[in-house]
Ligand binder design. Structure first.
Ligand SMILES: NC(=O)c1ccc[n+]([C@@H]2O[C@H](COP(=O)([O-])OP(=O)(O)OC[C@H]3O[C@@H](n4cnc5c(N)ncnc54)[C@H](OP(=O)(O)O)[C@@H]3O)[C@@H](O)[C@H]2O)c1
Length: 262
């Protein structure tokens, strides 16, 4: 009997980095479960991937801002063993904290933190039981310092980084690994949703983000986290040695918030 293909579950595959992760795992012979709210986009991606890679792709409509959404997604996945979970869904809002919308903030925290944590919990236990699996959580370079005018988003990503690295520590010796991936500004729909401009400097491509994640995972001993781009790595490391007030003012300057749009 032919061996069953491994399966990757990817949230937020309807655009940007998530869609590239979907193509990458399909090219590596994985069946896919792809989830997001925009199922028209997911259906188009599923058709493209099925035609180009011959793997099976299931589309699941999922709004991860809704309480209970992680459990609902796991129920939709059913008995299919998940070998790779990519917690990629996420969004942020650019603007002064004092003007933030209460429901919007809760939605952001639900998607970026609650759903990511619950999905990790739901899928890690069966991975440990099977003695293999990978959880990729998408953090951000915003995780490495507070970011004025994007305070909630940066704080959610600091959570993702800390949580994922701790999980990596717990998983040592289980055959399962967790990796936090921190892209800097990347050319996706992120800044359209965020309602502002990109941070200073050129944008990277989603393919660069995925290539960095995959090369970290392809090593014999994958690290707990990776930062995409050498200048971003230098900035994040340098930030450890800079006084906090200086770090925050540099982040504020780089943010270039366009507050007139909010
Ligand atoms: N682009 C950057 O500069 C950058 C930098 C650092 C980190 N990141 C992180 O990278 C990840 C991917 O973002 P991206 O850059 O690829 O941006 P993107 O093109 O806007 O993609 C975001 C994805 O998240 C999904 N999503 C948003 N809200 C959701 C919800 N309520 N329920 C389910 N899915 C939801 C979207 O799907 P639907 O709208 O169809 O639901 C979409 O597929 C995010 O976690 C983001 O924070 C991005």
């Amino acid at each position: 009997m032919a061996e069953k293909r491994p399966t990757a579950l990817i949230t937020g595959a309807s655009s940007g980095i998530g869609a590239v992760f979907a193509r990458e795992y399909a090219s590596r012979g994985h069946d896919l479960v792809i989830a997001a709210r925009r199922t028209d986009r997911l259906d188009a991606l599923a058709a493209e991937i099925t035609a180009s890679h011959g793997v099976s792709v299931r589309v699941v409509a999922s709004d991860l801002s809704v309480p209970g959404a992680a459990k609902k997604l796991a129920t939709a996945v059913g008995k299919t063993p998940i070998d790779v979970l990519v917690n990629n869904s996420g969004w942020g809002h650019i603007g002064a904290f004092a003007a933030e919308d209460l429901d919007g903030m809760a939605d952001e925290i639900n998607v970026n933190i609650t759903a990511l944590t619950q999905l990790s919990r739901l899928f890690v236990a069966p991975m440990i039981e099977r003695g293999r699996g990978t959880i990729i959580n998408i953090a951000s370079t915003a995780a490495y310092q507070p970011v004025p005018n994007m305070s909630v988003y940066a704080a959610t990503k600091a959570y993702v980084l800390s949580f994922t690295e701790a999980l990596w520590g717990e998983l040592q010796g289980t055959g399962v690994t967790a990796l936090a991936v921190s892209p800097g500004g990347t050319a996706t729909e992120f800044f359209d949703v965020a309602g502002g401009r990109a941070m200073s400097g050129g944008l990277m491509t989603p393919s660069q983000v995925v290539a960095t994640a995959m090369s970290a995972l392809d090593t014999k001993s994958p690290p707990p986290s990776v930062i995409v781009g050498s200048s971003n790595r230098v900035m994040a490391m340098a930030g450890r040695f800079v006084p906090r007030r200086m770090l925050i003012s540099v982040a504020k300057t780089l943010m270039k918030s366009d507050s007139s749009r909010h």
